[in-house]
Write a protein that binds this ligand. Sequence first.
Ligand code: ZN
Length: 421
Amino acid sequence: MRFIFFLVMIAAMPDYIGAQTCLSQDLLNAQLHQNAIVTGDRARIEAFTRNWIELPQHNAGAPRELAIIPVVVHVVWNNPNENISDEQIMSQIQVLNRDFRSMNTDLGNVTYPPFQNAIADAEIEFQLAEVDPFGNATTGITRTQTTLPEIGLLRIGGKRAICYEELGGHDVWCSNHYLNIWIGAFPSGIAGEASFPGQDIPEEDGVRIAPQRFGVTGTAINAPYHLGRTATHEIGHYFNLYHVWGNSGNSNPDCLFDDEVADTPKQAGNYLNQCPSFSELQSSCIANTPDMFCNYMNYTDDACMVMFTQGQKLRMRAALNGPRLELVSQSGACLPVSNQFEPTPDMPIGLHPNPANQFVVIEGLSAGYDVQCFGVNGALWPVYQELENKIHVGHLPPGAYILQIKNERNMITKMLIIARL
Ligand SMILES: [Zn+2]
């Protein structure tokens, strides 16, 4: 159902996209307008976020456990100069690890004391994945040549083409376990876009960035967007941060909207292509208080966005304790179902009986597959595989479960219901 709404949303995409650098908020707003499921999911996530932040133990700005995020970078290239080097990718990971730990050397640009006091170490670090979804060693980088130009923004049948091998891109790796970053060409003027938590289907949940905006070497050396801050900004969205001017679109001229963060002053504009100085007061919504143009969630030049705030950190940490929890815990079945799995056409994979009581038979399964069983909360339940395809489930409490069936190359998940009279 969500997918059907998504098709409608794409037909209604705004036509002024060439005038800005980040599409995340426009895409979210379009989906909220068209898709009741996304609207409900986002409302629940916002309610969770507010409640989590208000808990006394989360309010003090105390140090938290370091969150280490496994990253996979899918390079999807048409022109060879879009096939960015490993070195360029690693230069971006280094930038992220400085920016999200407030270890960037340009923090000294913030000369306004209240903003200095708001600077936060988000205590989030990023590592290229060392193990792929099938348990094999990996560099955390995939490379795909495509015949499609500007695949970064291309939709085919409503789908983001870059997220699907069958459409010329690369399939997602379990989007609950990895931060998926797709690198692909965008139309001129667009830097990228990210999925807010709860916004996109699992196949498309992640971040998409133009190759000349990713990293600080190779093809990403053209000022003023040459310091890797596009990824810092987009991953901020991925962890549920809005633009500083609020969630209204690309400006907030009447100062009606806010970013749900207490320590970023309300702001009217977006500072696109600007690099203001604190020596001249840049105040748009709150008298005698400068706008926080130096925040990563503005459109300021790379050299002039240098900080997250404590309030933004709380929103990101709430995401890591809620909708993005499995990035850290690595719990739960891998989402989404891999479409690389191809059962024989005359014997599709099925579970029988389903609902089940004491055992379930996996029909259509060839040899060499392992089966794991997860509760809907992500907990792993041991199951006994008596034969290759006969699984004992008599010890499972009644309820819904996910069977993950995989060998070294393929994986599929099936919903299993346990019911007893
Ligand atoms: Zn943005």
